[in-house]
Design a protein around this ligand. Structure first.
Ligand code: PLP
Length: 428
């Protein structure tokens, strides 16, 4: 991660020492590198251009749930990104960040009436529909407001993404999408509903995929379905392959974005040339983790060291409520001291102050530590802040974006008063 590197023995974000951020804003604090976000988004944009496409024929819709800070959304919008949302709240965030609702696709298995009305009111690009019952609800609500809802069906291609079971979504037993064998009849049903406009097909088979083979397998299954639909007079305007490309947490070696997109576009070009006289189909992507994951770290301070008979603990001021991934998926995050010490290392579990044994951030790391030291929990830009909670009445961390040698506070630390402001006592 070259955006976070040591200079004169001190870990920096871009050109700024992390200790300066701790001094200005305290800890725990999420720190993002603006340049990392730009470069990660550019990997997609450059591959799109390099394969002879523009925004009309290929669109990146960044997955808002991976990191939804307004400054992050605004930066990606300024680079031409659309957005993949999973709630009405995320749509309002995109709009508040200056994003374009006409480049928004709405995923998720449980869209309620209010969310559908909101999205229709803003003329979003597409609803990614996950069940026949949702098609019926969309048709009804669109009829009530006098619009035609643009829809895509999220098809479950039944391929094994070979990732953690909690982040695998493309197998038959998952709650997501419409079963592959039922998709054709669901499309026919949709085509017969007066207030729907059938525009696309999509899938999203899982997250933290290191290899693109399962994605290309899913693509083949979508292509077969598009051709069968074409035969039945249902013409699709776009194909959305979802997100899912992984990042390096430990020793993981994810496929390069340019290589993956090159293979994907080659397959699509061959198909369009052979079967559709070269007529293009718009291709969409929904990346989250591969854009923000390694663009962020969680900065935390060592409160206490506890050296025991069988284990040593470094108790830090960040906890599972700040970064859920270790407790939830036993996820690995690298840990680096902000200032390197010339002392003997010991093996530590890095744990937080929350009253749960699951409250750990890293296990068995060899570190030379003293009380008061700052640590960086690496690769924390995706599903870090967005999955955080207020458990133990802990205010959520501050967020800072570094740009060169400048730091910008992009979310203030929550104060305890913020946390119970919406609560009230019973009447006397
Ligand atoms: C979470 C999600 C994504 C983003 O996945 P990443 O693995 O972060 O790229 C994309 N599409 C849908 C429907 C999702 O739920």
């Amino acid at each position: 991660m070259s955006y976070f590197s040591y200079r004169n023995g001190e870990l920096h974000a871009e050109n700024l020492p992390l200790s300066a951020i701790a001094k200005a804003f305290g800890t725990p604090t999420y720190v993002y590198s603006r340049q990392a976000l730009v470069d990660n988004f550019s990997a997609y944009a450059n591959a799109i251009r390099g394969n002879g496409r523009d925004e009309k024929t290929a669109l990146v819709c960044y997955s808002v749930k991976s990191n939804s800070n307004l400054a992050v959304l605004n930066l990606l919008h300024s680079m031409g990104s659309g957005f993949d949302i999973v709630s009405g709240g995320e749509l309002l965030r995109v709009i508040a960040a200056g994003g374009d609702p006409r480049k928004v696709i709405f995923s998720g298995v449980g869209k309620n009436h209010e969310e559908i009305r909101l999205a229709l009111g803003h003329d979003i690009l597409c609803f990614n529909v996950e069940s026949v019952a949702e098609l019926q609800r969309l048709n009804e609500v669109a009829g009530e407001v006098g619009k035609k809802a643009p829809i895509s069906l999220r098809v479950n291609p039944n391929v094994d993404a070979k990732t953690h079971p909690y982040i695998s979504t493309g197998l038959k037993e998952n709650k997501f999408g419409i079963a592959y064998d039922e998709a054709f009849s669901a499309y026919r049903a949709a085509a017969g509903m007066p207030n729907l406009r059938v525009v696309g097909i999509d899938c999203h088979i899982g997250s933290q995929l290191l290899d693109d083979a399962p994605l290309l397998e899913a693509l083949d299954r979508l292509i077969d379905l598009v051709d069968r639909l074409e035969g039945a007079g249902i013409h699709l305007h776009h194909l959305d392959i979802g997100g899912g490309i992984g990042i390096t947490y430990d020793k993981d070696k994810p496929v390069a974005i340019g290589d993956y997109l090159g293979r994907l576009f080659a397959r699509i070009d061959r198909w369009r040339a052979e079967k559709h006289g070269g007529a293009p189909i718009q291709v969409m992507f929904e990346p989250g983790r591969s854009i923000v994951g390694n663009a962020g770290i969680l900065l935390t301070e060592v409160e206490y060291l506890k050296h025991g008979e069988t284990k040593n603990f470094a108790i830090v001021d960040a906890a599972m409520n700040d970064l859920m991934r270790p407790a939830m998926y036993e996820a690995f995050h690298g840990v680096q001291p902000v200032r390197q010490r010339d002392a003997a290392a010991r093996t530590y579990d890095i744990v937080g102050p929350v009253c749960e044994s699951g409250d750990w951030l890293a296990r068995e790391r060899s570190l030379a530590l003293e009380q008061g030291d700052l640590l960086a929990i690496l690769s924390a830009g995706a599903y870090g802040m967005t999955m955080s909670s207020n458990y133990n009445t802990r205010g959520r961390a501050a967020e800072v974006m570094v740009d060169g040698d400048k730091m910008h506070l992009i979310r203030k630390r929550e104060e305890p008063g913020d946390l119970f402001r919406l609560e009230s006592l019973l009447p006397a």
